[in-house]
Design a protein around this ligand. Structure first.
Ligand SMILES: NC(=O)c1ccc[n+]([C@@H]2O[C@H](COP(=O)([O-])OP(=O)(O)OC[C@H]3O[C@@H](n4cnc5c(N)ncnc54)[C@H](O)[C@@H]3O)[C@@H](O)[C@H]2O)c1
Ligand SMILES: [Zn+2]
Ligand SMILES: [Zn+2]
Length: 376
């Protein structure tokens, strides 16, 4: 490609500081170094974790940053030593990279990676090839996909089927795999079971879809925004509960509805009170509750007896999927019409409208907004 080996000037949405609107800027993206891949991002969507970072990060040193971690694109050029990718490959960036060598990568029990943990502890500009007005930009979650071009280590990129439509499969970069995997991989939902999903954003709706795929017979969808219930039905929810309609704890409501509690519950909100309710909605004896929602502001609590009675409280990142194997499988499942993606997309925009996309998600008016860098 004509751009290989050169600095690319392109458009990006920069978060200069916490809680402020993003600013569309022209940035410079340096060529990939050894083992790195420069990617032209074709489509990127907004996940609640981007909002969480923008509004709840108290540490000023985390800015300026490029948000975005749910995306799909095309390899523009590769650095020395890259054998897995070629220019033109369709790819999805991974916020959970996989070195493939460490004891975690070799274990089927986790999607964590020692290299990822090491990088997390390093100053996050160290690996960034993105600059604006002379300042290095950080890449949120190591990805920074609200930039038309980004550079990532090959450990954090996965090649996908060339037939995949990038403006749909971008959702597999985070939200859909996260919710779906939480049900299928982490909770290991069994056929005939009863499940409850708390929070019906893309993550929760994907959890509903995962429960259904695993054969759950009853899926109770819980949200304080009743506008979400119609969508939840599309993904397989059978019952709908709005906590605002009840004047008793929601765990009690679910206990009564199910004659003693659900087999599986998934918290997809990021609220520690809801995490507690989700656990306490599970049947004593074997109930499993999975924490999927993210928050770093509060501790989570319950009485020890709630666990002693035989409930399991667990959690997962990225639905327990190892990205390099899991994403291509999910892309195939989408192409084979075994998982839905289009149904999550409520808005299509260009990155220039990113602040509108943020407002929509903040106000519960969107599930996923897919953004491109220029109109189609
Ligand atoms: N574990 C992971 O790897 C991972 C990955 C992606 C996202 N997340 C987290 O998952 C969560 C959901 O993400 P999303 O993009 O689907 O968000 P979203 O904002 O689209 O959805 C959240 C939903 O929760 C509902 N809600 C809020 N408060 C509630 C309450 N008290 N009771 C019931 N429902 C309530 C909202 O109405 C909304 O429908 C976020 O916390 C996000 O940071 C975690
Ligand atoms: Zn590893
Ligand atoms: Zn996310």
């Amino acid at each position: 490609m004509a751009t290989a080996g050169k600095v690319i000037k392109c458009k990006a949405a920069v978060a200069w500081e916490s809680s402020k609107p993003l600013v569309i800027e022209e940035i410079e993206v340096a060529p990939p170094q050894a083992n790195e891949v420069r990617i032209k991002i074709v489509a990127t969507s907004l996940c609640h974790s981007d909002l969480y970072f923008l509004y709840e990060s108290l540490d000023k040193s985390l800015f300026p940053t490029i948000l975005g971690h749910e995306a799909a694109g095309i390899v523009e050029s590769v650095g020395l030593g890259v054998t897995e990718f070629q220019p033109g490959d369709k790819v999805i960036p991974l916020f959970l990279l996989q070195c493939g060598e460490c004891r975690f990568c070799k274990s089927p029990k986790t999607n964590r990676c020692e290299e990822a943990m090491k990088r997390h502890a390093q100053k996050s500009t160290e690996h960034s090839r993105l600059t604006c007005k002379g300042q290095k930009l950080q890449q949120f979650m190591g990805t920074g996909t609200f930039s038309e071009y980004t550079v990532m280590n090959q450990m954090a990129v996965v090649k996908i089927d060339p037939a995949a439509p990038l403006d749909k499969v971008c959702l597999l970069g985070c939200g859909v795999c996260t919710g779906y995997g939480a049900a299928v991989n982490t909770a290991k939902v069994e056929p005939g079971s009863t499940c409850a999903v708390f929070g019906l954003g893309a993550v929760g709706l994907a959890a509903v879809m995962g429960c259904k795929a695993a054969g759950a017979k009853r899926i109770i969808a819980v949200d304080i925004n009743p506008d979400k219930f119609e969508k939840a039905k599309v993904f397989g929810a059978t019952d709908f509960v709005n906590p605002k309609d009840h004047n008793k704890p929601i765990s009690q409501v679910l206990m009564e509805m199910t004659g003693g509690g659900v087999d599986y519950s998934l918290e997809c909100i990021g609220n520690v009170e809801c995490m507690r309710s989700a656990l306490e909605s599970c049947v004593a004896g074997w109930g499993v509750s999975v924490i999927v929602g993210w928050t770093d502001l509060h501790d989570v609590a319950t009485r020890p007896i709630n666990l002693m009675l035989g409930r399991t409280w667990t959690g997962c990142l990225f639905g327990g999927f190892k990205g390099k194997g899991g994403i291509p499988r999910m892309v195939k499942a989408y192409l084979d019409k075994k998982v839905m993606l289009d149904e999550f997309i409520t808005h299509n925009m260009t990155v220039d409208q990113v602040n509108d996309a943020i407002e929509l998600l903040k106000n519960g008016k969107s599930i996923r907004t897919v953004m491109r860098f220029s109109p189609q």
